[in-house]
Design a protein around this ligand. Structure first.
Ligand code: NAD
Length: 356
């Protein structure tokens, strides 16, 4: 065994029902006296409650998925005018993403309070979208200094969104298994992430207001994000990134639909990853485990349900081919991408294909 692994430095506070006190403690620890709170209008109430003890100078509600550059520009200017010295993000990946975009140019510390299972809070990856093209990058400065996980804040996330978002986290785990920089620590984190999410998501569906499933899902989310951040994006994330940027598709649902098709494609050529994923699911094969979970939670099935047109699929093929990661377990041709995307568009069953 020979590898190099870099751990990211971040405080992680996990306690259901304690976000307000934990956020206050983290803000004090960072010496904050002028806090900019970032939360979409829909999460404003949650954010008000969480930030009640803070010296807030600005509440920012303009949050859009995939962080359009115009929104980032306005938020950066507002942070400067109000002389914010700490960003508190309360929301899903879109909200965390906006905080990261501000920090990318202004260098402010972030305390992130996630309310979905997207996992952006535990990565140093930022994303910005300009004219239907999403650019992502890695920068240690954008990693939130502290994350506060409070499962009570996710209880309001509707079950279908919880399922899609949880499968987004699961996709981080699966794709990390063959990411370009994957190491055994990433694989251990990803395996435990799959176990936590595979138990947590059905528990959320069975009892959406209960905390047991939501805590497991948040725990799995954190592991999934740390694993992916270290391993780097594999084929699955590259495909979803292209589709999200070109067609403004909903992020979590896109991941939920595409994942089984990428797993079925890569698994025959990645036997060790396949066995680890199968073991984490406690299933005979990785794809059987994923498909059983998807049935149990009534997962999103087809990209056409989210407004993608059949002709869009063919337009995306070259864009995907351009970003296929080096070292994907098997070579990827235009025909492979087209078949995979068409199957995801239709909502066909994923079929393992050999790598002959
Ligand atoms: P999102 O943040 O857009 O949230 C989805 C919807 O759920 C929104 O309508 C939001 O208002 C609502 N919502 C959020 N929390 C809620 C709650 N507790 N109760 C009720 N409604 C709630 O979507 P997302 O899937 O969390 O994040 C997607 C974005 O995050 C994408 O732009 C994606 O690229 C980015 N992302 C980045 C990383 C990274 O490492 N940089 C990782 C994952 C996702």
């Amino acid at each position: 065994m020979r590898f190099e692994h870099e751990s990211l430095t971040q405080r992680v506070c996990f306690a259901s029902g304690e976000a307000r006190a934990l956020v206050r403690a983290e803000a004090e620890r960072l010496g904050a006296s002028r806090v900019m709170v970032i939360a979409a209008a829909a999460e404003d109430e949650l954010a008000q409650a969480v930030s009640a003890d803070l010296p807030v100078v600005l509440r920012w509600n303009e949050v859009l998925m995939h962080v359009p550059v115009e929104v980032a520009g306005r938020a950066r200017a507002a942070a400067a005018v109000h002389r914010a010295d700490l960003l508190l993000s309360v929301g899903g990946g879109s909200t965390t993403g906006l905080a990261k975009a501000i920090t990318l140019t202004r260098g402010l510390p972030i305390v992130a309070v996630p309310t979905t299972y997207a996992g952006s809070e535990a990565t140093s990856v930022w994303g910005l979208t300009e004219q239907a093209h999403k650019t992502t990058g890695v920068d240690a400065r954008v990693l939130p200094r502290s994350v506060v996980y409070d499962a009570t804040l996710t209880v309001s996330l509707p079950v279908p969104m919880s399922v899609a978002s949880g499968l987004n986290a699961l996709a981080h785990c699966v794709d990390a298994m063959w990411g370009p920089r994957v190491d055994p620590i990433d694989q251990a984190l990803a395996g435990e992430g799959i176990r936590a999410l595979a138990a947590g998501l059905p528990a959320i569906v069975a009892d959406p207001a209960g905390l047991a499933g939501r805590e497991r899902a948040l725990y799995g989310t954190y592991l999934s994000a740390v694993a992916l951040s270290s391993a780097g994006s594999g084929l699955h994330h590259k495909i979803c990134h292209v589709l999200g940027g070109m067609y403004d598709l909903p992020h979590a649902q896109t991941h939920a639909v595409v994942l089984p098709h990428v797993l079925a494609f890569n698994a025959p050529a990645a036997p060790e990853a396949e066995q680890r994923i199968a073991a984490a699911f406690g299933a005979g094969s990785a794809i059987e485990g994923l498909e059983q979970l998807r049935r149990d939670v009534d997962a999103p099935k087809a990209l056409r349900a989210y407004g993608l047109k059949e002709t869009d699929v063919d337009d995306a093929v070259q864009a995907v081919l351009d970003v296929v990661p080096d070292g994907n377990p098997r070579p990827v041709t235009a025909g492979d991408v087209q078949r995979l995307l068409r199957a995801a568009w239709r909502g066909a069953d994923p079929w393992p294909t050999s790598n002959e």
